[in-house]
Unconditional design. Sequence first.
Length: 284
Amino acid sequence: MAYAFPSAGALDYANCTYGASRLLFRGPKRETERAFVAILGGSEVYGRCVKYPFPDLLEKELGLPVANFGLSNAGPDVFLNDPFVLAKAGQASVTVVQLFGAQNISNRFYTVHPRRNDRFLAAKPSLRALFPKVDFTEFHFTRHLLHALQLAAPQPFTVLVRGLQKDWTAHMRNLLGQLGGKPLLLWIADAMPPAPAQQIDLFFNPMLIDTAMIDALTPHAGQVVYALPSLEARAMGLDGMVYDPTELPIAASLPGPYVHREVCNALLPYIEAYFRGSTAQRGI
């Protein structure tokens, strides 16, 4: 296991902004006035506790800038609320969008923080009607909220989940539409997405996403890239990760450098194929 105390050189993420956006992304800031790749996503894209996350590895393989537009615990809303990042990502030669969990969106039942999408802000009347005995002031995070509601009332919880899935699909269609072109969709998970089912598993990530939801997005995307880390890569655990001792619980929940290498390897041929096709079309 490798880790570092702040005095011994804990990771400096060189956080930066792009254009007029107030969002802080992992740096150093990339050149985006020429050909570049943009990757939008959540914690896996940002790569906390990993010295070289997969966007950096892709940059080295491709030989051109890869802008890391990843934010911890992000959902689609953080990007939909920031036209500057959407405009910049839309200018990329290739744009990759991670498939986020469905819990981190403002929806017909509750609202989340516009930038920290995992933060639960308020229950709407529709949610209070489904769970009249629940005190929603006790919740601060969407994941905690959903686990508690599933235990409180399983049947109304199914209604909540179906609404979340519909709203997530609409938000993702909106996001892809505003990016323009045909972005690549990226699935990072231990297994392929499940088929639609009555049984709801809140421990599978990305949370509440199934094959029907992804199928609904494919007309708006170029490809779906499935990055399924191997058992060997996942078994490496904290090996190679860099973190302050206070970050240990966070580091243990995140993919390590071996997983990031496999995600890079999964994406690389799709991005290279785009550039080969683009070059052929220009007759170069």
